[in-house]
Design a protein around this ligand. Structure first.
Ligand code: BGP
Length: 461
């Protein structure tokens, strides 16, 4: 069968500023939460590797962009580092950063690679976190000004903007399970930050429209379809609630301009309502997204709670459901995540049916592998498993397009093996492998496969 994708389909990969740029103390950059955290607790990072150098894109972007071109990219997503552009988070713009991002954008365009730009990928400037991060509405204002500055500086060439990458991840990591700064355990703060992030997004979109920019602005969400253990109504209710928390808390306000009633009801019942300011509701309603990025790695499987939560323990989303390890599910043996390719199709169909079939693309999908060097043969990582992974997801994506879904592209996570927060370089995701000592880049087998596939705008099997 031939999987021929539509003309003009976006092919490429994604990364982010903090995960690839390096030069974290160079070029006038201010610290972000990761830079700061690393100075405090280097050992919480896998093998003690911090954010200073990572893939060193800051110094090697020309070489890297050439490689992207060579390996079939017509688009690439990264982010602007807020603390590089505005070291204090608000106030003065760092001209060295302006020069750097201008060079990157120009270089991408010169290589016929469309830049897709996120404004925020988990990297809160430290000066902003010091005053509470998105718990504080002043930081929301600072983010809006930062976004406005980016549109003004780069919007003549960047036509695809994303307010946030996976906005729920720093909320869950920072306020529920301690994998992101400020590593608290506080559901009420989590709700406030979720809400304020949404306000920040709406303000950035409002600003984008005010500037009469000619591109599109949206958000990138990690959407995992939630499957109940069974069709027992208790399991189904558990799945419904998990979906509310993990998917709909951003999906609904971003596309429909309002929060789901049921989510508000739960938040109210548990006394978790955030501080809301006059005009907020209208702001969210008026400033919905034009394009959606969908990051998909794994499904979420849940079941009804088997024991009642301890009423004295701090409330978390897991009060409402238990995770379910479905017997026989297919696992990625090298990273411990379930692989369920049809999930990508289920998400796309749902957005077609429930969210107005908004223009969207797969903004991340990929396979992490620990100790990937064990698969080196003839000087190259023979990552047939990754080729298989991408192919099987693309087959389902193709099917969703055949069934009318407004899907415009596919970005793999990631191009060159990159640094991944507390996991640092533990799990490798790239088409290109990175030697941590020499920073030498070596294409993996999957890079050659991707090159061939994108040349043909699809594949046959
Ligand atoms: C996604 C993030 C990425 C990246 C990826 C891999 O959720 O958007 O930034 O880090 O996960 O994660 P890990 O290295 O933990 O396997």
């Amino acid at each position: 069968m031939k999987y021929q994708f539509p003309e003009g389909f976006w092919w490429g990969s994604a990364s982010s500023a903090a995960q690839m740029e390096g030069a974290s103390q160079e070029g006038g950059k201010g610290s972000n939460v990761w830079d700061y955290w690393y100075t405090q607790e280097p050992n919480v990072f896998y093998n003690g590797v911090g954010p200073q150098t990572v893939t060193d894109f800051y110094h090697r972007y020309e070489e890297d962009i050439k490689l992207m071109k060579e390996f079939g990219h017509n688009s690439f997503r990264t982010s602007i580092s807020w603390s590089r552009l505005i070291p204090e988070g608000k106030g003065e713009i760092n001209q060295e950063a302006v020069k750097f991002y201008n060079n990157v954008i120009d270089q991408l365009i010169a290589n016929e690679i469309e830049p897709f730009m996120a404004l925020f990928h988990f990297d809160m400037p430290w000066e902003m976190q010091k005053i509470g991060g998105f718990e504080n509405r002043d930081v929301v204002e600072a983010y809006k000004d930062y976004a406005g500055a980016c549109f003004k500086l780069f919007g003549d060439r960047v036509k695809y903007w994303f307010t946030f990458n996976e906005p729920i991840v720093p909320v869950e990591g920072g306020y529920l399970n301690q994998t992101h700064y400020p590593r608290k355990q506080d559901f009420k703060a989590a709700v406030q930050v979720t809400y304020n992030t949404m306000i920040a997004q709406a303000k950035a979109i409002e600003e984008y429209k005010k500037q009469h920019q000619s591109g599109k602005i949206g958000v990138i969400l990690n959407l995992s379809p939630v499957y109940p253990r069974s069709d027992n109504p208790f399991d189904e209710e558990a799945a419904y609630i998990a979906d509310l928390f993990h998917n709909r808390s951003f999906l609904d306000p971003s596309i429909k301009g309002e929060y789901p009633e049921k989510l508000i009801e739960i938040i109210k019942r548990y006394n978790l309502m955030p501080d809301i300011q006059p005009g907020d509701k209208e702001l969210i309603r008026q400033n919905t997204i034009q394009i959606l990025g969908v990051n998909y790695y794994s499904p979420r499987r849940v079941k009804a709670k088997e024991t009642l939560p301890n009423p004295y323990s701090p409330i978390t989303p897991e009060w409402f459901y238990d995770n379910y390890e479905m017997p026989g599910r297919k696992m990625n043996p090298y990273r411990g995540w379930e692989i369920y390719e049809k999930g990508i199709y289920d998400i796309m169909i749902r957005i077609r049916d429930e969210y107005g079939d908004i223009e969207r693309y797969v903004s991340e999908n990929g396979m992490g592998v620990e100790n990937e060097d064990r698969f080196i043969k003839d000087g190259m990582v023979q990552d047939d498993y990754r080729i298989e992974f991408v192919k099987e997801h693309l087959k389902w994506l193709y099917r969703s397009i055949q069934e009318g879904c407004n899907v415009k592209g596919y970005h793999m996570w990631t191009f060159i093996d990159n640094w991944s927060w507390l996991n640092a370089f533990k799990n490798r995701y790239g088409f290109i492998s990175l030697d941590l000592k020499t920073l030498k880049r070596t294409p993996k087998k999957s890079a050659y496969w991707f090159k061939e596939m994108t040349k043909n705008n699809g594949f046959e099997e």
